[in-house]
Design a protein around this ligand. Structure first.
Ligand code: CA
Length: 238
């Protein structure tokens, strides 16, 4: 197994690299984001362990640039509890797993092995429901051929709805997944973001697609009425 470790704390990098080496894993280490990105793109690795807070280019940007360059090497992101970025965001930008600092080496090793076993994921499929499409890899959304600009959180909310494929998504699940477990349960932030999304996804078009499911949450309804409720268009394709 060959692993790239991008971590600027030299002592931590050395401990992890030595530990991995003792497990028979080939490790290469970079201490900042730009060189880490370059090496990730040039080399061939089974996995990348990527710290978030890095000099020159943070791990968040490195991961996004990697995916934008169509490099799908599994990424295990190292996050910090009070870091600038949270775990939901790490996953949103294409990381495959995250580990919160401080971590135990045994846990790191287990997560790394699990990640490598899963293998390099295929490019995520484009999700389509009716005239609406969302490309998780490119981070783009379009309806009826018109590109729609969304913020990262709007995108994350819409992606959850699209993945549910017409089934209702619970408000509390959105809160957990998009805002994290620390989100205030009474907060109306989900409603606010649904309003933002409706303004962009529904209002400019003839048929609204975001439906409120009373007492539950929201769902996406297909706007293609010419197919007896079917579902070919609601499935995702590559
Ligand atoms: Ca760091």
């Amino acid at each position: 197994m060959r692993v790239l470790l991008v971590e600027d704390e030299e002592r931590l990098a050395r401990i992890v690299a030595d530990g991995l080496h003792d497990e028979g894993i080939d490790v290469e280490v970079e201490h900042e984001g730009e060189s880490g990105l370059w090496r990730a793109l040039e080399g061939s690795y089974d996995a990348i362990i990527l710290d978030i807070m890095l000099p020159k280019k943070n791990g968040y940007e490195v991961c996004r640039d990697l995916r934008a360059a169509e490099c799908w090497t599994p990424v295990l992101m190292l996050t910090a509890k009070d870091g600038e970025y949270d775990e939901a965001e790490a996953l949103d930008i294409g990381a495959d797993d995250f580990l919160r600092k401080p971590f135990s080496f045994v846990v790191l090793l287990a997560r790394l092995r699990a990640l490598v076993r899963r293998g390099t994921p295929a490019r995520p499929a484009v999700l389509e429901i009716g005239s609406l499409s969302l490309d998780p890899a490119a981070g783009s959304v379009a309806r009826a051929g018109t590109t729609i600009d969304l913020t990262r959180r709007e995108f994350a909310v819409l992606e959850m709805l699209m993945r549910a494929d017409g089934d209702p998504v619970r408000r509390s699940d959105m809160l957990d997944r998009v805002w994290g477990f620390d989100a205030e349960p009474a907060s109306n932030v989900v409603e606010v973001y649904i309003r933002y999304l409706r303004r962009k996804i529904d209002e400019p078009f003839a048929t609204p697609m975001i439906e409120t499911v009373r007492g539950v949450g929201y769902r996406i309804a297909s706007d293609s009425s010419d197919r007896d409720g079917d579902d070919e268009s609601a499935k995702s394709h590559a």
